[in-house]
Ligand binder design. Sequence first.
Ligand code: B12
Length: 257
Amino acid sequence: MATGRPRVVTSRKGGPDLGDVAGPFLLALLAGDEAAVEELVSRSRSLGADTALVVRDLVMPALCEVGRMWTQGSASIAEEHLATSLVSRVLARSSGCPGEPAGVPRRIVFACLAGEFHDLGIRFLADVARECGWEAESLGANVPREALVRFVEQRPPAALALSVSLAGHLPEAAETIAQVRAVAPGVTVLVGGLAFREDPERFALTGADAGITDAVALRDWFRADRKVRGASPDGVSRKGLPATMPASLRRRVARSR
Ligand code: B12
């Protein structure tokens, strides 16, 4: 396994306080009450929360609680599945408009490694990326290593974001990242997921460029990247494309990264 130290980006406090919404949100989720879940998410948005904050302060605590109830036998697998699919549907419907990119839009690919079925995190993170003006592609759960490496080689993104929930998948993460580096050395590799939230020291086992703890930390990483690469004051991007060019045209011209 690689032992390089990735930069670790953690979540900062701040933003609207969703404390009053969190309890009702969990209850609505457990009851499978989609209308109530939807109403609570839109209430959070009207308080000023973006997708990153909704995920960190509403969805994560609720799903952790569902997981705890599941392991204690007070929620069934069916109730866990109901909560997972409900929250995923509501968030997909309610996520904010794609943000304006700084110059040429950058592309990020999200994936879960072979054997990893916890893909809910990357579904939400793809929405966070779009709100931050990135082009996001999500390959979903259980992506075979060979297929992932070939995909990145053929269509190298600016960033590859790998999600690891189970610590047993860390060797697979390290091997995948090593192979990605061999075929696409310019790609920035990010890792995150429950395995690292349990023990941030594990970031160092992967060989990634950055370890990112949650949705808000990822949003902040995008913001920092934007500052570094923002369009120049005359509105001409680093690749010489006018920042005002329509997004669809810009995408066609600058397809690769
Ligand atoms: C839903 C769920 C499932 C669903 C997943 C559905 C889906 N499509 O994702 C299903 C039913 C498939 C499932 C299966 C299993 N699960 Co499960 N599951 C959960 C549960 C309840 C919620 C997970 C979740 O979605 N959380 C919400 C998301 C948003 O959080 P997240 O994934 O961590 O992502 C956030 C951050 O980590 C971060 N992030 C994540 N990835 C990345 C990547 C990058 C690049 C970045 C920057 C950030 C980032 O950002 C996200 C948003 O903030 C948890 C309970 C818990 N405490 O987490 C158990 C849990 C994770 N599961 C567990 C287990 C054991 C299993 C099974 C082995 C059960 C079994 N016996 O079959 C299988 C394993 C399947 C596999 N091989 O992957 C354990 C793991 C224990 C451990 N510490 O290893 C948990 C903790 C339950 C428990 N308490 O025992 N599970």
